[in-house]
Design a binder for this molecule. Structure first.
Ligand SMILES: Nc1ncnc2c1ncn2[C@@H]1O[C@H](COP(=O)(O)OP(=O)(O)OP(=O)(O)O)[C@@H](O)[C@H]1O
Ligand SMILES: [Mg+2]
Length: 161
């Protein structure tokens, strides 16, 4: 069985609330996990990651990794890498910017389809989409398990509502 969670997010605070439930549903040891975040420009991928990091205890800023491509965090001894592949030119460039180092941590990857060879073995796919055009703050989110260990985490998430 493949677990998945779908929800309507009426505004940014709903996105943040789900992101913190999502963070809480992950196991303590997420070394080597990859989470793929898909959706158009401005759909809310970075907003979701920012809320996750905050809920895990990060107090500093969370800059968008649009230009650095990889932003590392250490939160209570846990390594988390916020990665944005929108502007990546080649997989070699990404290795140069620290992709290999991120293997020991939890990777949160925006625009994974820009480097499909590197992101093929993801654990979870999160898709964010705009709702009705007249509704600027509504989003639809789908969270899907791609691995067995992620299946368990999404069952926990589904039960945490
Ligand atoms: N329900 C919502 N969830 C998330 N963001 C929302 C929501 N409603 C409005 N917003 C706004 O939409 C924008 C989302 O921007 P964000 O940087 O998170 O998008 P992104 O998907 O990471 O885009 P990019 O592909 O450019 O990195 C923010 O300005 C945020 O305030
Ligand atoms: Mg972003």
């Amino acid at each position: 069985m493949t677990s998945s969670v779908e929800q309507w997010l009426a505004d940014e605070s709903a996105t943040a609330a789900l992101a913190s439930r999502f963070a809480a549903a992950l196991p303590e040891d997420t070394a080597g996990w990859t989470i793929l975040l898909e959706g158009e420009l401005g759909a809310g991928k970075s907003t979701f990651v920012r809320a996750m990091l905050r809920s895990l205890g990060h107090e500093g800023s969370v800059p968008s990794p649009t230009y650095t491509l990889v932003e590392p965090y250490t939160i209570s001894g846990r390594e988390i890498y916020h990665i944005d592949l929108y502007r990546v030119n080649s997989e070699e460039e990404l290795y140069f910017l620290g992709w290999s180092d991120s293997a020991d941590g939890l990777r949160m990857v925006e625009w994974p389809d820009r480097a499909p060879g590197l992101t093929a073995g993801g654990d979870i796919r999160i898709r964010l989409a705009y709702g009705h055009a007249a509704d600027e703050s509504g989003r639809r989110i789908e969270i899907e398990a791609l691995s067995r260990r992620a299946d368990d985490a999404l069952l926990v998430l589904g039960e945490s509502a």
